[in-house]
Design a protein around this ligand. Structure first.
Ligand SMILES: C[S@@+](CC[C@H](N)C(=O)[O-])C[C@H]1O[C@@H](n2cnc3c(N)ncnc32)[C@H](O)[C@@H]1O
Length: 311
């Protein structure tokens, strides 16, 4: 467990799937390269998980790997269901939407989930929220075509009104009025974090909500126990624990957002359980165009106490 608790190493899923950033084509990954990376961190747990992955002539077998990757994401979806993550996102998103409407925006509000994986959050909203009433459009984007195909398959099976596209969520033609993400932001580290956040500076974009684990004292034991009990694949167990280790604290997120996006007010929502000092498992980096801030505070109502300093 403690070898996995080293935030400077990548997650297994960061290494086993690679895309050409220009064409988005999959790039072959040599298994030994992945093993060498974890060997440098003396992370035997990760090495054992990678050794089990199917290979062909020294390269990870893409088809088999995709099946494995889907299993990992199905496990993550189960976790999101158990944590009522769809409710959590909508509870805050609806307040942002109301604030944007109060500011006079009449057009359809486009919500883009960055790094949507198999699209649980977007599918949950498409299934549970009357999109016409709120005049919102839902899209999920991910660089990974396997995950996007699965998101579209699941949305199609339930005839859900949402779209999933393979690609860079911040690229031309895909801009959202609101960007959201879950479990994505800790993948961006060091100078990569303000760079990622800086990409929200697009003419249409009014707000962003990035949900991720919150680091705290008992997180190592909690994350290990929880993932051991609830996850079945070695990759999901390993990456689940490591992502809790790599989670950014509120201060890092806030400061990176303020540095990268001076035109937005940024802050952390939902760090503590009501007015107690007990931390929540997830916290949210919230960013809003400055003219929306007062209305956002008003629309939060009694939940306002969950909002840290927004500036
Ligand atoms: C941990 S996974 C996401 C998990 C997913 N949100 C969930 O809750 O199941 C991170 C994903 O972010 C995607 N990603 C990272 N940067 C992206 C970008 N700029 N545009 C689209 N997808 C991105 C990666 O392809 C990867 O699949």
């Amino acid at each position: 467990m403690f070898r996995s608790w080293n935030p400077s190493q990548p997650e297994i899923t960061d290494l086993i799937v690679e895309h050409d950033p220009r064409t988005l084509e999959r790039v072959k990954v040599r298994k030994q390269d992945v093993l060498d990376t974890f060997s440098r961190f003396s992370n035997r747990t990760a090495m054992r998980a990678v050794e089990q992955l199917p290979e062909r002539e020294g390269f990870l077998d893409e088809k088999e790997l995709d099946r494995h990757l889907l299993k990992v994401h199905w496990e993550m979806q189960r976790l999101a269901e158990e944590f009522y993550h769809g409710h959590r996102v909508w509870e805050l998103l609806r307040v942002v939407i109301a604030s944007i409407r109060e500011a006079g925006v009449r057009e359809t509000i486009r919500i883009v989930d960055v790094g949507c994986g198999i699209g649980y959050v977007i599918r949950w909203m498409a299934a549970n929220i009357p999109l016409d009433k709120y005049r919102i459009e839902l899209a999920g984007m991910d660089l990974n075509s396997t995950l996007i195909n699965e998101a579209n398959r699941l949305a199609g099976a339930e005839e859900l009104p949402c779209r999933f596209l393979q690609g860079d969520a911040f690229s031309n033609g895909h801009s959202g009025h609101i960007f959201t993400s879950t479990g994505v932001i800790h993948h961006f580290r060091g100078p990569g974090l303000p760079q990622f956040l800086g990409r929200h500076e697009q003419p249409e974009t009014q707000a962003f909500l990035h949900f991720d684990f919150q680091p705290w004292l008992l997180a190592p034991v909690g994350a290990w126990l929880f993932h051991y009990l609830r996850m079945r694949t070695a990759v999901a167990r390993h990456d689940g624990v490591l992502s809790a280790a790599r989670a950014h604290d509120g201060r890092t997120l806030r400061e990176a957002a303020r540095e990268a996006l001076p035109e937005f007010a940024s802050g952390i929502y939902g760090a503590k359980i009501w007015n107690t000092p007990a931390p929540r498992v997830f916290h949210t980096l919230v960013g809003l165009r400055r003219p929306l801030v007062e209305e956002f505070r008003r629309q939060l109502g009694r939940r306002r106490s969950r909002l840290g300093e927004l500036r």
